[in-house]
Ligand binder design. Structure first.
Ligand SMILES: Cc1ncc(COP(=O)(O)O)c(C=O)c1O
Length: 433
């Protein structure tokens, strides 16, 4: 398939739009896309100037079921006819009850589970920690370097990436330590990471460790997957030391790793998990799911949220599950991953600056280096590729401690010809460097 590049010249945000943005929002929040988005459909986005893009940013790994999926929109429209808000703690509604029940059935935790609904990934993490501390009566949390858990204070404290998330915002809550996440490409083996985890536990004093919090595959930290064996051993260490294991599945959840949850993909079950992003099909929603014994330990009204479990977001979330069940989405995710890995591996063979292609399912990260031998990270080259791809109609963003990893977060509902198109644009963008 040949790609007709629309234009290789950079489309710049109109001066007036830029002026409006700059005069109304803080500098740190200035967007990357050149022109405001006007409309979107599944994996395609059109900006105000009519330029079309394939969306492999996906609202930052949110749009697993694509933009405005008809099944999601239909559920939302039906809900909007009845009511838009009720605080669940006072007036329950069926959408939230059905959604909690679905998550309890689907999330792989041993034994009975219960689910608590909130608004964002960070809020889910905050609540998971509150619940873990309360249940265990212990304080300390072990998290991982490179891990990202959100922008509220506890979530920031737990995040293991200083810049831009923590820089200048301290002090952070106490009773947190970080240990190394395995990183095979850079020689940090599972064995070494396990040894360091053990050391961390001993140093902290295991009688006061409430939980180990981790991503199955680092998201913001560089799309670095933890091996199944490593995760099994972490599970054993947690059990041996009477420590709860919490998987932060905000990014790995809902089909991204090729199965419904990262825990299914790696065959390891946590005691609790946090979910967000893809669960609401583009509407704000997050969840904490955990063993019933843990979730039920909190005193009456000890956890809650005014907007958590929004009936509109829950309607959307039920639509998302309908898409997974009826549109064979997990099989599509596996097919996409195969196609993408095939094309990216060929590209890796041909280009000296593609150091590594890795990740579970469609959660693929491409690590950009100066050359394969030296493996020096090159954020500059990564950004050049991202900019070229953007000019050529493909939206991508970077991640990683050095900012040199390009990640793919497109909808799992993307038609196969558009997955191929995205890969062609990426290949051409890489080859043009
Ligand atoms: C693994 C992980 N946890 C938590 C969060 C925070 O989610 P939110 O931005 O919805 O607060 C993110 C967001 O990127 C994430 O990737």
């Amino acid at each position: 398939m040949s790609i007709n590049f629309i234009s290789v010249t950079v489309t710049c945000m109109s001066k007036e739009t830029l002026r409006q943005i700059e005069s109304n929002v803080p500098k740190a929040w200035i967007p990357s896309l050149d022109s405001p988005i006007k409309r979107a459909n599944n994996a395609e986005v059109w900006d105000q100037d009519g330029k079309r893009y394939l969306d492999y940013v996906g609202g930052y790994a949110v749009l697993n079921t694509g933009h405005v999926h008809p099944k999601v929109i239909k559920r939302v429209q039906n809900q909007l006819k009845d009511f838009t808000h009720s605080c669940f703690a006072y007036a329950p509604h069926q959408n939230a009850i059905d959604l909690c029940s679905e998550i309890n059935i689907r999330y792989p935790i041993n034994g009975d589970t219960k689910t608590f609904l909130v608004n964002s990934g960070a809020e889910a993490v905050e609540n998971a920690i509150k619940i873990a501390r309360y249940y265990s009566g212990k304080q300390h949390i072990i998290a991982f370097k490179g891990g990202f858990h959100g922008r509220t204070y506890m979530a920031m404290g737990l995040t293991g990436k200083e810049n831009p998330y923590k820089k200048g915002f301290g002090p952070f809550p106490d009773f947190i330590s970080h240990t190394e996440f395995p990183y095979h490409y850079r020689g940090l083996t599972d064995e070494k990471a396990l040894e360091l985890l053990q050391e961390n536990i001993t140093k902290v004093n295991n009688s006061n460790i409430a939980a180990i919090l981790m991503e199955i595959q680092l998201g913001e930290g560089g799309y670095i997957p933890a091996s199944k064996d490593f995760l099994k051993k972490v599970r054993k260490i947690a059990d041996d030391n009477n420590i709860l294991l919490i998987f932060d599945e905000v990014q790995t959840g809902y089909g991204r790793t090729g199965q419904m949850f990262g825990a299914n993909t790696v065959g390891v079950t946590p005691d609790m998990a946090t979910l967000a992003k893809g669960i609401g099909g583009g509407f704000p929603l997050a969840a904490v799911v955990g063993r019933s014994e843990i979730m039920d330990s909190i005193h009456d009204a000890g956890i809650g949220s005014t907007f958590g479990a929004s009936p509109v977001s829950c309607a959307a979330a039920l639509g998302v599950l309908e898409v997974f069940d009826q549109d064979n989405l997990l099989q599509k995710a596996i097919n996409h991953a195969e196609l993408m890995n095939g094309m990216l591996s060929l590209l890796q063979d041909k280009n000296d600056f593609i150091g590594d292609v890795r990740g579970y399912g469609t959660m693929i990260g491409v690590e950009i280096v100066t050359d394969k031998k030296l493996k020096n990270s090159s954020k500059e080259l990564a950004m050049q590729i991202i900019d070229t791809a953007k000019n050529n109609g493909l939206l991508l963003v970077n991640c990683g401690l050095e900012g040199n990893v390009i990640r793919f977060m497109g909808p799992l509902t993307t038609p196969v010809d558009q997955v191929k198109e995205a890969m062609e644009i990426f290949s051409d963008s890489v080859n043009s460097i």
